[in-house]
Design a protein around this ligand. Structure first.
Ligand SMILES: [Zn+2]
Length: 138
């Protein structure tokens, strides 16, 4: 989506199509939590704004959960169980996207926190070094 906005004219369509292919290949990996943060962000952003891929995503769940009634049914996390039982795959996709987005936000703020800690630790070391030099040489 973002890509298509800063690409003007005829190329727009083909780039979108390429994105769709990429995204649709990622669905299984997304569902199994096998995408890295960047990929997952790209995936969510695209699916949220692309009707075709959202449909494809729903179909993925219909195939995964909806068609098999027996014990072969993929194990569903508790929070999704109700939606699966009601065959509300549209809702399921929405909830999955929402949860994934929340997870990414959490990860991002955690990363920011870690980076901050790293800076503080470095600053402390630097101050210690300066103090040590002052004590040692003055
Ligand atoms: Zn798409």
């Amino acid at each position: 989506m973002r890509k298509s906005m800063d690409t003007a004219g005829a190329a727009e369509w083909s780039i979108d199509m390429a994105d769709c292919k990429k995204v649709q290949k990622m669905i299984g990996k997304f569902d199994h939590g096998q995408l890295d943060i960047k990929q997952e962000e790209f995936f969510i952003q695209h699916v949220e704004s692309c009707k075709d891929c959202r449909e494809e995503f729903e179909i993925y769940y219909i195939v995964a959960y909806g068609l098999s009634e027996d014990e072969n049914t993929a194990v569903v996390a508790k929070c999704y169980q109700k939606l699966v039982e009601q065959y509300d795959f549209k809702g399921l996709v929405e909830l999955k996207l929402k949860n994934s987005r929340a997870k990414l936000e959490k990860l991002k703020s955690w990363n920011r926190f870690v980076r901050l800690c790293w800076y503080v630790a470095n600053l402390c070391m630097l101050l210690t070094l300066i103090l040590w030099i002052i004590i040692r040489y003055y």
